[in-house]
Design a protein around this ligand. Structure first.
Ligand SMILES: Cc1ncc(COP(=O)(O)O)c(C=O)c1O
Length: 454
């Protein structure tokens, strides 16, 4: 067992073999050199006092998104603004628990629900409503049993489970991700050992979509690639294809026999409408394509820490669907056994109850509305204050929680070091973490960083 640990892909294991374990090891044979079997135990005994077995473990870099929040916490300046993490805040910049969530939790408490394990695939009531919310309750693929839905550990865990499936069943296939994309996509595919490459998405000259580049790169990819598409509110750019462009993307995906892999982390949060934001996925389903969708309820129901989401495979036949689902369960079992129940019950109660569902839609519209309002105010402030004639209208064309400012790394550093505005180094700001009253300050910071830092 010990030798298995050391053969794991940690640099420490390699380092330890080469040097440190020799220190203080009695010259009693070759066991300690190989660090195998019982010999490993003896080495451990003799070096444990002075040298950690984890000596060779290097410090991991801070996460580019979550690390921003840590730096923000350490800043004592009262003007500081955290626009790093994509989490909704009230106008007072406080975290927000939706009223419908509180109501659902109250109901759950009154019913005295238990904490028994869920099945590997999750809560049945949740799986049913989540597929219906995504595809539309009347979608024929649901009626025909062509959707395999497995509850996941929010968007990230759902993506990771699907990536594990790709690695197991399509070991030759590649994932195609947009450039840029949400930072964790690369980590997910790397850890799942799914090779990936990027397709062009963002055009810095227009601060808009590089549609031609996107189409060309999807066309040039090997047939049968998994094309990762942000269903709505592309992160980090906030730039979405138009409905006509989605049609063309579907054309080329179909032509190349690719498998679309949608990441839907913002349904309802982009436009304020659940149906509008599901347009892209439903379009591909209507065309009869088989596809994968990872869903998250972190943003639209504010259930960040509940880790609730799902992975859906839309297949061309119901017997395939059953087999796919059985394999997803097989992958999930040794990873986390079965998912948590609390968030799943909240979603099932909110989406499954017509009154709560309507209330949710209204609350979501309000949240999306507040972000749109802030977006407009930021644009107004920038346009009024910046006398250079620069066109800031790209901000209004973007959608969802984020705005991609076009600021480069040095300029983003200036935002943080001089203005105490915390944001990711790719120039992304979360408008969900901004209040109307802070827009002028933010505009000053952006104008200074844009014009005075190269
Ligand atoms: C594009 C995208 N996908 C997936 C996620 C997953 O988030 P979570 O794991 O919190 O559901 C996020 C969150 O920021 C995201 O922006």
């Amino acid at each position: 067992m010990a030798s298995t640990v050391l053969s794991a892909p940690f640099p420490s294991a390699v380092d330890l073999r080469g040097r440190s374990p020799m220190i203080g090891v009695p010259k009693n044979g070759g066991d300690h050199l190989l660090l195998k079997g019982k010999g490993f135990g003896r080495v451990r005994m003799s070096v444990a006092v002075n040298l950690s077995r984890f000596e060779g473990v290097t410090m991991a870099p801070p996460d580019p998104i979550l690390g921003v929040s840590e730096a923000f916490k350490a800043d004592t300046n009262e003007l500081k603004l955290n626009l790093g993490v994509g989490a909704y805040r009230t106008e007072e910049l406080q975290p927000y628990v939706l009223n419908v969530v509180k109501k659902a939790e109250k109901l759950m408490l009154e019913r005295g629900e238990n904490k028994e394990y869920l099945p590997i695939e999750g809560l049945a009531a949740f799986n049913k409503v989540t597929a219906e919310l995504l595809l539309g309750a009347d979608n024929p693929v649901i009626k025909q049993g062509k959707v395999a839905t497995v509850q996941g550990l929010s968007g990230t865990g759902s993506l990771r489970l699907a990536a594990a499936f790709i690695q197991r069943y399509f070991p030759e296939a590649k994932a195609l991700i947009s450039s840029p994309t949400w930072g964790n996509h690369k980590n997910i595919f790397n850890d799942a050992r799914v090779p990936w490459s990027e397709y062009r998405y963002y055009d810095p000259r227009t601060v808009g979509l590089d549609f031609e580049g996107m189409i060309a790169d999807i066309k040039a990819a090997p047939d049968g690639s998994f094309v990762v598409l942000h269903g709505c509110a592309h992160n980090p750019t906030g730039i979405d294809p138009t409905p006509e462009q989605w049609e063309k993307i579907a054309d080329v995906v179909q032509e190349k026999n690719h498998i679309p892999f949608f990441d839907v982390a913002y349904q309802g949060f982009a436009s304020g409408s659940l149906d509008t934001d599901a347009f892209s996925v439903r379009l591909f389903v209507e065309r009869g394509l088989e596809l994968l969708v990872a869903q998250s309820y972190s943003k639209n129901l504010g259930l960040y820490a509940e880790r609730i989401g799902a992975v859906n495979f839309v297949c061309s036949a119901s017997d395939v669907t059953d087999r796919v689902k059985s394999q997803l369960k097989r992958l999930a079992r040794p990873m986390y056994s079965n998912p948590p129940v609390h968030g799943a019950r909240i979603v099932a109660n909110v989406v499954g109850d017509p009154t709560l569902f309507d209330e949710w839609k209204q609350e979501m519209e309000q949240m999306a509305g507040r972000i749109k309002h802030v977006r407009q105010r930021l644009y107004d402030s920038l346009s009024q204050k910046d006398k250079s004639g620069k066109d800031w209208s790209f901000i209004l064309k973007q959608i969802g929680m984020f705005s991609f400012t076009g600021l480069n790394k040095a300029q983003s550093d200036n935002m943080t070091n001089k203005w105490h505005v915390y944001m990711t180094k790719d120039g992304r700001i979360s408008l969900a973490g901004l209040s109307l009253s802070k827009c002028e300050y933010l505009a000053d910071a952006i104008i200074d960083s844009f014009h005075n830092v190269s």
